[in-house]
Design a protein. Structure first.
Length: 237
């Protein structure tokens, strides 16, 4: 779970950020403060993975918090969510290693894009000891929106994922079970389960339990909204 601190002086925007994060699996809001001073106090006892940071706040500019985080070498990533569009602010944010910069007012899709890219980078950094140049290019260029495909978790193959997705897509939104997918694709139930878990993690599938005639639970899967867009980066050539 990726822990997030929201640093935003507008209560409405803070609540929007919380609400949007609740729609994206893998994130947990661990705190919400309204000033740089409150944020620094919070960081003395708890260091989240990610901070969603506004710039225009009372007393101190939000960029001063980003600078302090870098000077103190805290292992915390920062995404700016701000109305600041001046080049000086943008340049300073980039210089200090901001992961992304979202300009207010923003739409959910732009917010979600940033969070999914951050989650992908976090996953790769945790799972991999080393990266090839190709893998690193995918990671860095995808962050900048230059390429479409991203790195699959270890043990998953792009061709197999394509085959699985082809079957799921052919269902046109209808529900299906693990056994149906095993029969259609022809690989083991254990392997299929890994792919289904991954597709749930990237917000492609939703699952629910159904009880058969003898009371045994059966997991039912169904595509979520925008599932095609979420899976495409992983199956492109």
């Amino acid at each position: 779970m990726i822990e997030v601190l929201i640093v935003e002086d507008d209560p409405m925007v803070s609540e929007i950020n919380k609400s949007y994060l609740s729609e994206i699996p893998g994130y947990q809001v661990v705190g919400a403060v309204s000033s740089v001073g409150e944020a620094l106090h919070f960081l003395k006892s708890h260091q989240p993975n990610l901070i969603l940071l506004d710039i225009f706040m009372p007393e101190q500019n939000g960029l001063s918090l980003l600078t302090a985080i870098r000077q103190q070498q805290m292992d915390i990533d920062v995404i700016l969510i701000t109305a600041a569009t001046d080049i000086e602010s943008i340049h300073k944010a980039i210089q200090n290693g901001a992961f992304d910069y979202i300009i207010k007012p923003f739409k959910f899709e732009r917010f979600k894009q940033a969070m999914l890219k951050y989650k992908e980078q976090s996953r790769v950094m945790k799972e991999e000891d080393k990266l090839s140049q190709e893998e690193l290019d995918h990671l860095l260029l995808e962050k900048r929106g230059i390429v479409g495909d991203v790195i699959l978790p270890k043990g998953l193959a792009k061709n197999t994922l394509r085959e699985i997705w082809s079957y799921i897509n052919s269902k046109n939104g209808e529900e299906f079970t693990t056994e149906e997918l095993v029969d259609a694709v022809g690989i083991s139930r254990i392997s299929i389960r890994k792919y289904l878990t991954f597709l749930e993690q990237i917000d492609v599938l939703a699952s629910s339990c159904s009880y058969g005639h003898i009371g045994r639970p059966v997991t039912i899967f169904q595509c979520k909204d925008a599932c095609d867009r979420n899976v495409k980066p992983y199956i492109l050539n």
